[in-house]
Design a protein around this ligand. Structure first.
Ligand SMILES: Cc1cc2nc3c(=O)[nH]c(=O)nc-3n(C[C@H](O)[C@H](O)[C@H](O)COP(=O)(O)OP(=O)(O)OC[C@H]3O[C@@H](n4cnc5c(N)ncnc54)[C@H](O)[C@@H]3O)c2cc1C
Length: 394
């Protein structure tokens, strides 16, 4: 049967969008990728790759390059105001528990690797302004240039998806705020480096972590509790909030805040999930965070975006482009897995940045127990397994 619905517009060149373009091209579709930013965005903190994420990096043929660009964390250490260890464990436990299939990589480096494999037209500084669907396809209106027709449109434009807003309605209907904010940036030449060590400093309700990257770079992650949402999208305001929240803290905090002031690329967003009753409507579907952001607490948003891309493209291929069949199968296959991962992440949120001194004490006690290696391996397998039986679409 001839392949239907070949012209596919993908909005968002983060992780899910390029991964989808990669698989669609492989199956003979013609994806066009648009990205609102003027250039490829390679910011973001370290992400861990294991389970289904590891399997997909491998299936895309990216594993050797990803391992070379990646890191093997040897120590996870939590310190006090004076830099003295309060708890921690050996990073190799994750690799042991996950049969060696575990590594860490800055989000931007993984995104760039995926993007480098995409053979599709990509337009930067381009965003969808409106979508009009009829029986034959979708007319897309952009922020510049004339409207264009596509057979299908996929929103891969992240937690704050505009395609979702256009087609499914306001974000507030789908966002579940978990009570925390996260911010991250990468800087060059930060003087304190603990190679192969994930180092974190916490006070009740807030924490800062740093990791030393190659080439003299360092990545930083802030997480803090906030009962109410912050209504601003301006980087200067975000920086002011980080100063307000962390400004009185010890350890290296003043130096880190000074570095943060110098950066142009600060990722700052609520730790939220997206929960939708449906991921597609007519000829439009969502993939990755736009559809089902699991939040930072799941530690696997990129893996799930890659998974959605793989399943959605695979189902379109299997159905010879019949979007009605493919969109339904995509959702049927993924939803039980995503629902469980979102529930687990929500449960885990309070222990990521405990809000009280007692909470920090409990966290330190649990982490110190990880010294008992057998217990740690059991704990890791039980809590971090995110295996998914990937269908074979080839
Ligand atoms: C620069 C950056 C840094 C990040 N850092 C972190 C981090 O430190 N910790 C963390 O937990 N998560 C971070 N994330 C989110 C993380 O990448 C995602 O949770 C995960 O990878 C899922 O990927 P995704 O492709 O669905 O969404 P994303 O990776 O968020 O990609 C979405 C893409 O869509 C683009 N976009 C947004 N709106 C439009 C529009 N209207 N039109 C066209 N394009 C649009 C965005 O610029 C982005 O490139 C970051 C995302 C970005 C973009």
């Amino acid at each position: 049967m001839a392949l239907r619905n070949q012209r596919i517009l993908i909005s968002g060149a983060g992780i899910g969008g390029p991964a989808l373009a990669f698989w669609l091209r492989r199956y003979g579709f013609e994806p066009t990728l648009i990205e609102r930013a003027p250039a490829f965005r390679d910011g973001g903190y370290m992400i861990d790759v294991w389970g289904v994420g590891y399997d997909l990096v491998e299936r895309m043929g990216l594993l050797p390059a990803a391992l070379e660009a990646g890191y093997f964390i040897e120590h996870v250490r939590f310190v006090d105001e004076h830099g003295k260890r309060r708890s921690g464990f050996d990073g190799d436990l994750f690799r042991l528990a996950l049969d060696g299939r575990f590594f860490s990589i800055p989000r931007g480096d993984l995104a760039r690797l995926i993007f480098s494999k995409v053979e599709a037209e990509t337009r930067f500084s381009t965003s969808v302004e409106g979508l009009r669907e009829d029986a034959e396809g979708v007319e897309a209106h952009f922020n510049h240039g004339p409207p264009e027709r596509f057979d299908l449109v996929i929103g891969a434009d992240g937690l704050r998806s505009h395609v979702r807003e256009c087609v499914f309605g306001p974000e507030k209907s789908y966002e579940k705020y978990l009570g925390y904010y996260a911010a991250s940036f990468i800087t060059q030449g930060y003087p304190h480096r603990d190679e192969k060590t994930y180092l974190s400093f916490s006070k009740p309700g807030r924490s800062i972590a740093r990791y030393a990257l190659r080439g003299g770079r360092s990545a930083f992650l802030f997480v803090f509790a906030k009962d109410r949402r912050i209504p601003s999208h301006e980087t200067s305001r975000h920086k002011a909030i980080l100063h307000q929240t962390f400004g009185q803290d010890g350890w290296e905090t003043p130096e880190i805040l000074a570095r943060m002031d110098e950066t142009d690329e600060l990722y700052f967003d609520a730790v939220s999930q997206i929960r939708m009753p449906q991921w597609s409507k007519g000829r439009v579907a969502l993939v990755g965070d736009a559809a089902h952001c699991p939040s930072l607490m799941a530690g696997a948003g990129s893996a799930f975006a890659m998974l959605g891309a793989y399943i959605l493209a695979g189902e379109l291929h299997k159905a010879d482009g019949d979007h009605t069949k493919a969109f339904a199968a995509y959702e049927r296959r993924m939803r039980p897995f995503i629902d469980k991962q979102q529930r687990d992440a929500e449960r885990f949120a309070p222990s990521f940045a405990p809000r009280t001194g007692f909470g920090l004490f409990v966290r330190d006690t649990v982490l110190n127990l990880m010294k008992v290696r057998l217990l740690a391996i059991w704990f890791t397998r039980r809590n971090f397994a995110n295996a998914f039986d990937l269908p074979d679409y080839s």
